[in-house]
Design a binder for this molecule. Structure first.
Ligand code: ATP
Ligand code: MP5
Length: 268
């Protein structure tokens, strides 16, 4: 049977744990056909991002046109945009109505000096998103104040939603306190929290990419947004559990994207 097709727009991660490489692994794990549009090429490994090589806006536009004119894309995920020009190229397609089920995962980790420009460009893209998934740091950059507690996360999600996306998830993967990994969700019916067990592991590279790519996959498969969020939370947790004993690299190692049916998110 012909698989459903989905698209990831973002940066290449040379170590394969996050970015476009993680996205394509998630799509494959979900039995989807994944296309990619690269906005940048990063030199990185499990210890961190060493360099980001940005692709010109016209190169991003050309890839977008090539994919969208030909493949029947059902859902689109946006990760690292790297430059305001790349963001503008994506926004132009969103405005033209050719990016269905758009999930925006703002990645600012490696935006460095260009952060302000990228944030402004992201603000222009967000109104077209069905779901946005900033972490606490990215949410802080978008709302202009420090997002710390779960209550802050819910407040920030509401504020970001007022700029367009119907659903906003502020993820709390980096909150070390407690035995839960808590995310705040703003829905059109108000705030709620996704609470799953925190997995004790150093292998947490690409959690944000994996979570947002899983949401995108489930939207392509016809889930409504809340169903997709819960399924993605379950998937990222299982992928973390599945890689707990892996020994790849000296820093934050990658997740196990493929054995999720074997691992439970909640241990008995
Ligand atoms: N150790 C962990 N145990 C369980 N869940 C986790 C863990 N770390 C992250 N998560 C979950 O992974 C998902 C991604 O969140 P996280 O805050 O890690 O994203 P991020 O990588 O910082 O995001 P971004 O791609 O936006 O920069 C969330 O559902 C979060 O709760
Ligand atoms: C090219 C690229 N895209 C995204 C991320 C963030 O990854 P995550 O926040 O999921 O750990 C990254 N490190 N590199």
């Amino acid at each position: 049977m012909t698989p459903l097709a989905v698209l990831a727009i973002g940066g290449s991660d040379s170590s394969g744990g996050s970015g476009l490489q993680a996205d394509v692994k998630v799509f494959a794990a979900m039995r989807l056909y994944g296309a990619t549009v690269a906005t940048s090429v990063t030199a990185q490994n499990t210890r961190g991002v060493q360099d980001v090589f940005e692709l010109p806006g016209n190169v991003v536009s050309a890839q977008l046109s090539a994919v969208l004119e030909d493949l029947p894309i059902k859902a689109v995920k946006v990760g690292m945009l790297a430059t305001a020009e790349a963001a503008a190229a994506v926004t132009a397609k969103a405005r033209a109505g050719v990016l269905p089920n758009l999930v925006v995962d703002p990645v600012l980790e490696a935006a460095a000096g260009r952060r302000r420009g990228v944030v402004s460009a992201l603000e222009r893209l967000l109104p077209f998103a069905a779901v946005a998934t900033p972490n606490r740091d990215e949410a802080s950059a978008l709302v202009g104040w420090q997002v710390s507690t779960p209550a802050d996360m819910a407040g920030a999600a509401a504020q970001i939603a007022s700029n367009g996306p119907k659903y906003v998830v502020v993820t709390g993967g980096d909150m070390v306190a407690g035995d839960e990994a808590v995310d705040a969700v703003w829905t059109d019916a108000g705030a709620r929290f996704l609470r799953y067990p925190r997995v004790q592991t150093r292998n947490n590279r690409g959690t944000g990419c994996t979570f947002s790519a899983a949401i995108t996959s489930r939207l392509a498969q016809g889930d409504d947004v809340l169903e997709a969020l819960v399924a993605a939370k379950e998937y990222v947790t299982r992928s973390l559990v599945g890689a707990r004993d892996w020994d790849l690299g000296n820093g934050s190692g990658p997740l196990n994207h493929f054995d999720w049916p074997t691992f439970a998110a909640f241990s008995a």
